[in-house]
Design a protein around this ligand. Structure first.
Ligand code: C5P
Ligand code: C5P
Ligand code: C5P
Ligand code: ZN
Length: 491
């Protein structure tokens, strides 16, 4: 039995189909979850002795699918996308271009938009013969299983169906670490912790010895940032006199009576002993209390953390959150090859190249956030939006929008829409919401899908985060349509 029993039959059907293929084209998405999905799937295919080639797409639009259909592959494995494009994929399948096998967690297309011969219906969602998607089994695709998780469930099934002479270590359980990086990269942790099907994968990874689950400081950068930087940049929970305050962070650390330097250089959190960590964490909580930080925020300073036990201490690869950011820094900048090589065991010194890309990515995120702060957002009644034009890359504008939500002038009670220029004809839109808004009925996947189609574009995604492409010049009309749909959802 796999880590997600409800999906086992679907995964087994997919695995059996892949075992029968002569050669498989593996197509995946260009973010952290898409890269880890591809790494999990390609490792499992390789171990099962199935020939394959891997390609990455920024977006699985009709042109990208047509390009895939034009290849000689008769079996295409889509990971971290494919479900939301079953409308187009089913046409190609019915035309005999290829057999789709899909391991995804996005909302599937409307069955009415699909080719009837290649599609069936499950709970109003389009479904296909080989389709491993948590939403079809009542599992939440935004918080309980990611694309990499769906690929992991498939990998476990591939291990079970592999030939007896195939070399499959530990029934592919060692791939659980990558699946967790994908889930964390898609921000699936709820209150800091992976839940549901994701928790089942964590348990398998811990059992396989590739993952450690612990309670620790939740600040980003525990492996790689010198302590003063760890605290200075910790803006998720702003602590007056420490966050955004280089001198303050150093004064705070100097006042603890610990020796936190080695040969004059500040150590990282990963370098500290348990006792030293305890001392720093307690002092930080005490400082936050003294300076009036709200209790709920203080609680979120400490939470569940996921450590990749086999990766070197002090590298991004050791921490699921840092690993996922490192991956976003590659594929979102057209260097998916580097990210995939990192996932597959740092092949050819890929980590060095990824770290250079990471420095650039972090600079872009920080400049993007500053831009939103300076220009501000436009408030409609039910949504707020900004247009970054060419100033923010369309592949990271969604990350910036998510990071902006709840900062000065950006209301966390309204979803945010962000535009970025794609080319002369098309504009990319990203949208981000919050858990409480989804609780009140927000479904950004429906908003982006319906609003974009009403102006001649297309889109989809998850309830809490979704995207679309719209024709250039239709932005204002799109905002009005989105505002009306959100009003309906929340009203
Ligand atoms: O492809 P898609 O699944 O790639 O990516 C999910 C996106 O949704 C990520 O960019 C992630 O930041 C966003 N998300 C979010 N908040 C959540 C869950 C996902 O912003 N709670
Ligand atoms: O794609 P998604 O929206 O999940 O990405 C979240 C992003 O937030 C990560 O790529 C990471 O770079 C960024 N982040 C950051 N600093 C933090 C926390 C998150 O840059 N302290
Ligand atoms: O691009 P962005 O980070 O805003 O995407 C948010 C989510 O919406 C991702 O899960 C992405 O796969 C999905 N999306 C989609 N269709 C689009 C654009 C984005 O399903 N046209
Ligand atoms: Zn994903």
């Amino acid at each position: 039995m796999g880590p997600v029993p409800d999906l086992d039959d679907r995964a087994a059907a997919c695995a059996n189909r892949l075992q029968r293929a002569d050669e498989v084209l593996l197509a995946s998405h260009i973010d952290a979850d898409g890269l880890t999905s591809a790494a999990v799937a390609s490792s499992a295919l390789e171990r099962a002795g199935i020939e394959f080639e891997t390609v990455f797409e920024k977006q699985l639009d009709p042109e990208a699918i047509a390009g895939i259909a034009a290849t000689d592959y008769d079996t295409v494995l889509f990971t971290d996308f494919g479900s939301g494009q079953l409308d187009v994929i089913s046409e190609h399948a019915a035309a005999g271009d290829f057999t789709p096998v899909v391991a995804d967690h996005h909302q599937p297309s409307d069955p009415e938009d699909c080719h009837p011969d290649a599609v069936v219906t499950t709970d109003g969602y389009a479904d296909t013969e080989y389709h491993c998607n948590p939403l079809l089994e009542g599992i939440n695709g935004a918080s309980e299983l990611s694309g990499a998780g769906a690929a992991y469930v498939l990998a476990r099934a591939l291990a079970e169906t592999a030939d007896a002479d195939a070399d499959v270590p530990d029934e592919n359980r060692d791939l659980a670490g990558l699946a967790v990086v994908g889930a964390v990269g898609d921000m699936q942790a709820v209150g800091g912790e992976l839940i549901g099907a994701n928790a089942g994968i964590v348990a398998e990874g811990v059992e396989a010895g590739v993952l450690d689950e612990g309670t620790d400081l939740t600040l980003y950068g525990k492996q790689t940032r010198p302590l003063p930087k760890l605290l200075e940049y910790a803006t998720e929970v702003p602590i007056p006199g420490v966050s955004n305050d280089q001198a303050g962070a150093i004064r705070f650390l100097d006042g603890l009576g610990l020796d936190l330097k080695t040969n004059g250089d500040w150590r990282t959190w990963a370098d500290l002993t348990d006792d030293e960590r305890q001392t720093v964490a307690s002092a930080l909580v005490k400082r936050a209390v003294e300076r009036g930080v709200p209790a709920g925020k203080i609680d979120s300073l400490v939470g569940t953390t996921y450590t990749l036990a086999d990766e070197p201490v002090g590298t991004e690869l050791r921490d699921a959150s840092e690993f996922s950011t490192l991956l976003n820094a590659t594929a979102r900048y057209e260097r998916a090859d580097v990210g995939l090589a990192v996932c597959l065991g740092n092949r050819d010194g890929a980590l060095d190249r990824a770290q250079t890309l990471l420095a650039n990515h972090r600079r872009n995120l920080s400049e993007g956030l500053t831009l939103v702060q300076e220009r501000g957002v436009t408030h409609e009644e039910h949504v707020q939006w900004f247009d970054a034009g060419e100033a923010i890359r369309e592949t990271i504008v969604g990350i910036v929008a998510g990071m902006a939500l709840g900062t000065d002038g950006v209301d966390s009670d309204k979803p945010i829409l962000a535009f970025a220029r794609k080319n002369d004809e098309e504009t990319k839109v990203s949208s981000r919401g919050t858990g409480p808004l989804v609780g009140r009925g927000l479904d950004l996947s429906a908003v982006m899908g319906e609003a974009s189609r009403s102006v001649g574009g297309d889109g989809g995604g998850h309830d809490i985060a979704a995207g679309a492409t719209v024709p250039a010049g239709k932005e204002q009309e799109f905002v009005e349509a989105a505002d009306a749909i959100v009003a309906e959802q929340l009203g």
